[in-house]
Design a protein around this ligand. Structure first.
Ligand SMILES: [Zn+2]
Length: 112
């Protein structure tokens, strides 16, 4: 089935308006329009960017676990119930994670 370009564009406009309305009004539809983070399941994901082609995808970022994804990715990367359980993060454990070591400075003296 192929949809007309005008139909697709009007649908995309409606979707974007609903998303923006949801973000600004914090209304009851927000749960349907803003996703749950697939990795830590927080309800804090934010919209980072919309696709240059209207309605093609939305990039989200979770400020809790720093997971980012694009809405057009497969379910295993976008849906909490399909995300690989081995890679899930529990919010309450984040504060106990080991600190990532800093990258040491270049040792320029060793180069000739
Ligand atoms: Zn998260």
């Amino acid at each position: 089935m192929s949809l007309s370009r005008a139909y697709k564009e009007s649908f995309q406009d409606i979707l974007i308006k609903k998303l923006k309305s949801s973000l600004s009004n914090n209304n009851a539809d927000q749960q349907d329009l803003l996703p749950i983070c697939p990795r830590c399941e927080s309800d804090k994901p934010e919209i980072v960017s919309f696709s240059p082609v209207k309605g093609a995808w939305i990039i989200y970022n979770c400020p809790v676990c720093i997971y980012s994804w694009r809405s057009a990715e497969p379910d295993y990367a976008t849906k909490p119930d399909r995300y690989n359980p081995a890679f899930k993060i529990k919010m309450e454990n984040i504060s106990t994670f080991a600190e990532v070591p800093v990258i040491p400075a270049l040792r320029l003296a060793d180069r000739d």
